[in-house]
Structure formats: structure tokens, C-alpha cells
Design a protein around this ligand. Structure first.
Ligand code: BG6
Length: 520
């Protein structure tokens, strides 16, 4: 397929802000659940990336908190994690200094006395390093500990101290249905004001996700056609080749709809469909997101399908089926694939179908948004081509590749040269992130951790947003829980999911676009 490469001029690159004015003030980051994978694989590498580009304050400390009795080996383990998962050279001159700021404090999350000691320890570190009273508590634990940690922080007056700024970052899952999300919001807001709460969805830290807003609202040419008059339908795919990676017990209770669709995919949907906010500030952006989510009518159960992978071949490797994964029920009814068809009932989108899907052990790893435009009202060139490489005139497609091969492609028809008739073939204009800006080792957490330290909530979920998306999906989850699927597993690992998912689109005369992940 023909491809035109777009490039960025060097003088454009010099315009990229380096964020010198965005360095947070001195503070301590306290990570609860620090012995888990997230801290080592994502959080510490991201913090070190910030250190590398000079975006961490000089007076800074990281205190890992977990139940295990660990000592200095914690910092050593984090160092190894930074090197391995952060793509960092062991000889990096900043590494030793950074690791020297890490310490560990063992704590049982339900032990009030432990929090009093933790508070004393934080004060001691702050005094020793001249840090001051600012604290950011990061809850990277299993969700069942959230309430207890929050309550204890409140009881020890660590959430609302007399001086300083204190925030709390809460990892997903934020509840497992509407009632539990409401209850958790209630517990959180009994201790922290909403402006102290940072509900994290790491998708919002991805550059390509933020770029959706830039693409739409910093360019004049797309917005006039960004509506029901020009757009036929939208597909959002979050496909992974990974399976459950040893997280069987967690995944058994989650499933694809809870794990990825209710949060990550809905965030993508909101960025694609929201009205232009009046500014890029937390209140304006979050208000527009909630507005568009609230415009989605409840989804009939027929418009939601689920799947579970059986054994198969993924990227050339034989893999077991979900039911044979470690610590998974051999008769499990948990879905590893979910797809829904939604409508958005507002003036911009009425009548436009939105198809969302997420799955594990799919054919390719690709998170993409495809916007299919309507065809011209009259096709003056032959619909069916008799010569040339293409047989039918295709509609225009705009593809936003969130990952991998991050970029944006616009597909349109071009005349095939030297054919006697006006043969039309699709070609791509392709913007490739890595080619334009260089490859980034950022994992998405850099931006979010920095924003949380700065107190900027723009890229974090508000309680209303979380409750709105749970309200949409809870009835589907309940219906699925009430009736075990008869035909699981219903797709082979290494494929594009179950057949019933294709039928979801057939009703709208659409097909899933499965040539994903490439440079179009
Ligand atoms: C997490 C899910 O939130 O997102 C995982 O719990 C999933 O199951 C992951 O694999 C996907 O994130 P990414 O950044 O790899 O697309």
C-alpha cells in the first residue's frame, strides 16, 4: 500500500516545552503496596525518568510501605527494576543519588499504631532532608486495602495536616461495580477533599492519548467534520497478545470489561467524543468527559458480547487456554474478551455507532481508534474496479495508533497511475511518532506522577466520571454474572476474538478493522 511519510522540521522540535516551570516543590512520596510489581516495573522507572530530565525536586524522598519485613534490599531491588524496566544504563550518573532517596517502612495496613510510627518516620526524613510537610500517598495495593489505608491516614491526621499539601493517588480498579465505586468514593471523601484525590488511569499518561485532544483542538481542519454528518462509525480496539501473566486470581474477579473497557477504553472514547473544553484545566476537561459519558444510553445486553480464549498460537508460540492458566478455575466463566456497541445521544453523535473491544491473547498487540468517514454522496468513479490492484472504492479512515507504532494515519483514495480507467486505490498519509520526535522510553506514569505532585488533576478521574462509567457497565456485568456462558472458550488464542463479536457489527453492516498495529 502506498504511504506518504510526514515529517517534523527541527525548528518545530525546539518549540516543545521542557516544563522547567513544572518542577514540584519538596515532598515525600509514600507508596503503599511497594513490594508489588507496579512499583518496580512502572512507578520507580517513571520517577527516575523524571529525575533524568530534571523534573524532580532537589529535596525529595520515596518511602515504600508494605507488609513484608524488608530492609535495604528494597532500594537495591528498585534499582534493578529501574534498570530493567526503565531502559536505564547501570552507569547512569544520576542513578545512585536517586536510589539513595528510597527507603522502606514495614506496615500492616490495618494496624493504626503502625501509621503513627510511619508518621514519625516521615517527619524524621523530612527534617533530615529539609523537605517540609508535603506528602503524596500512592495506593498501589490490592483494592481491598484502600479503605483501611485511607481510614488510618485520616485517623492519624496525616490526610489533613495543619501545614503542607497532601494528596492521595489511587490505582485502579476503582470499585468493581457501581455500588462498590460509590462506597469507595464515600470512604475516600470522608477523609480527603476531592481536590486531594488523584484516581489514576495510566492510559491518560500516554502521550498518544493526550495527543487526541491536541489533534482535535489544536488543529482547525478536523473539528468541522468531527460529527454525525461526516463520520459513519468509530471503532476502538485494545488488543493484547499477553494472557493473564500470573494474575489469575485478580483476573478471575475482573474480566476484560472491568479490567480495560470500563476505564481505559472509556477514557479513549471520551477524548474522541467530548465537546471542546473551554480550557485545558481540570474542571473544564473533566466536566466535558462526564457530559459525554452521561449521554450514552444504557446498552441493551444484545449489544455486548464476551469471549474467553482457548489454547492457540500467539506470535509463533503455543499458549494454553485461559482455563489452564495458573490459579484459574478450570470451568471459569470470566471473559478475556469483551465488545460493546454504544450510541451517544447528543447533537454531535446521534446515530453514529461506536464499537469498543478489548481482549487478551489476540492476534496482535494494538490499541487503536479508527474513525470511518461517510462516502461521498455520489461516486462518479466505478465502484467496482476492473483493473488496478483495488476492487472497491473504500471510505476514508482516520486511524489513531495509541500503541505500538504510535502515530496517526489518514487513508484516502488516489488514482492509480497509467490505468486506462480512473482506477482508485487507497493510500495513507502517515504521521509516525518515533520518526518525528524520536523514540520515548516513557511508560505513561511520568506525566501522571508529575501532575499529581504538582496538584494538577486534569488527567485524573473525577468521582462523577467513575460512577457514570460504572453505571453504564454494571447492568451488563450483572447479566453476565447471572448466566454462565455456554460456549466458553469461544476463541483461539492468537485470533481476533469470538465470532459473536463480528455479528455485533454485521447488524450495522460494518466489520472490525483487523489490519491494526502497522504503519497502515
Ligand atoms: C491494566 C490491566 O490496567 O492495563 C491489564 O489491568 C492490562 O490487564 C493493562 O494488561 C494494559 O495496559 P497497557 O499500557 O499495556 O496497554
Amino acid at each position: 500500500m502506498a504511504t506518504m511519510q510526514m515529517s517534523v522540521r527541527p525548528e518545530d522540535l525546539s518549540q516543545i516545552p521542557h516544563g522547567g516551570e513544572r518542577i514540584p516543590g519538596p515532598g515525600i512520596m509514600v507508596i503503599f503496596g511497594a513490594s508489588g510489581d507496579l512499583t518496580k516495573r512502572k512507578l520507580l522507572p517513571a520517577l527516575f525518568h523524571l529525575e533524568q530530565v530534571g523534573l524532580l525536586p532537589k529535596q525529595f524522598a520515596i518511602v515504600g510501605v508494605a507488609r513484608r519485613p524488608l530492609g535495604d534490599e528494597f532500594a537495591a531491588d528498585m534499582r534493578a527494576g529501574i534498570v530493567e524496566f526503565g531502559d536505564v544504563d547501570t552507569s547512569d550518573p544520576k542513578l545512585d543519588h536517586f536510589v539513595g532517596q528510597i527507603s522502606y517502612f514495614p506496615l500492616r495496613f490495618d494496624d493504626p499504631a503502625g501509621y503513627a510510627s510511619l508518621n514519625v518516620e516521615l517527619d524524621r526524613i523530612a527534617t533530615e532532608k529539609g523537605i517540609g510537610p508535603d506528602r503524596l500517598f500512592y495506593l498501589a495495593t490490592a483494592p481491598e486495602y484502600f479503605a483501611s489505608i485511607i481510614e488510618n491516614l485520616g485517623a492519624q491526621n496525616m490526610a489533613q495536616p495543619e501545614h503542607g499539601r497532601v494528596g492521595v493517588v489511587i490505582e485502579k480498579p476503582f470499585g468493581h461495580d457501581l455500588d462498590s465505586a460509590r462506597e469507595l468514593n464515600h470512604q475516600v471523601n470522608a477523609v480527603f477533599n476531592e481536590d486531594q484525590v488523584f484516581r489514576i488511569d495510566h492510559y491518560l499518561g500516554k502521550e498518544t492519548v493526550q495527543n487526541i485532544l491536541v489533534f482535535r483542538f489544536a488543529n482547525g481542519i478536523f473539528e468541522p467534520i468531527w460529527n454525525r454528518n461526516y463520520i459513519d462509525h468509530v471503532q476502538i480496539t485494545a488488543a493484547e497478545t499477553l494472557g493473564v501473566e500470573g494474575r489469575g486470581p485478580f483476573y478471575e474477579k475482573a474480566g476484560a470489561l472491568r479490567d480495560v473497557v470500563q476505564n481505559h477504553v472509556m477514557e479513549l472514547l471520551s477524548f474522541v467524543t467530548m465537546e471542546p473544553p473551554s480550557s485545558f484545566e481540570a474542571e473544564s476537561v473533566r466536566r466535558e468527559k462526564v457530559k459525554v459519558w452521561r449521554a450514552i444510553p444504557s446498552v441493551p445486553i444484545l449489544n455486548a458480547v464476551r469471549g474467553q480464549y482457548g489454547p492457540g498460537v500467539v506470535e509463533g508460540q503455543k499458549v494454553v487456554g485461559y482455563r489452564d492458566e495458573e490459579r484459574v478455575n478450570p470451568e471459569s466463566g470470566t471473559e478475556t474478551y469483551a465488545a460493546v456497541r454504544l450510541q451517544i445521544e447528543n447533537w454531535r453523535w446521534a446515530g453514529v455507532p461506536f464499537y469498543l473491544r478489548a481482549g487478551k491473547r489476540m492476534k496482535k498487540r494494538a490499541t487503536e481508534i479508527t474513525i470511518q468517514f461517510k462516502q461521498p454522496p455520489l461516486l462518479i468513479f466505478n465502484r467496482l474496479q476492473t483493473s488496478g490492484p483495488c476492487h472497491e472504492i473504500e471510505p476514508n479512515l482516520l486511524t489513531i495508533r495509541i500503541q505500538p507504532n504510535e502515530g496517526i494515519a489518514l487513508r484516502f483514495g488516489a488514482k492509480v497511475p497509467t490505468t486506462p480507467e480512473m482506477a482508485v486505490c487507497p493510500v495513507n498519509m502517515d504521521f509516525d511518532y518515533a520518526a518525528a520526535f524520536g523514540k520515548s522510553s516513557a511508560n505513561g506514569y511520568e506525566r501522571l506522577l508529575l501532575d499529581a505532585m504538582l496538584g494538577d488533576q486534569t488527567l485524573f478521574s473525577h468521582r462523577d466520571g467513575v460512577e457514570t462509567t460504572w453505571a453504564l457497565y454494571t447492568p451488563i456485568l450483572e447479566a453476565w454474572a447471572a448466566k454462565n456462558p455456554e460456549v466458553f472458550p469461544n476463541y483461539f488464542a492468537g485470533t481476533w476474538g469470538p465470532e459473536c463479536s463480528d455479528r455485533l457489527l454485521e447488524r450495522g453492516r460494518h466489520v472490525w478493522r483487523n489490519n491494526l498495529g502497522g504503519k497502515a
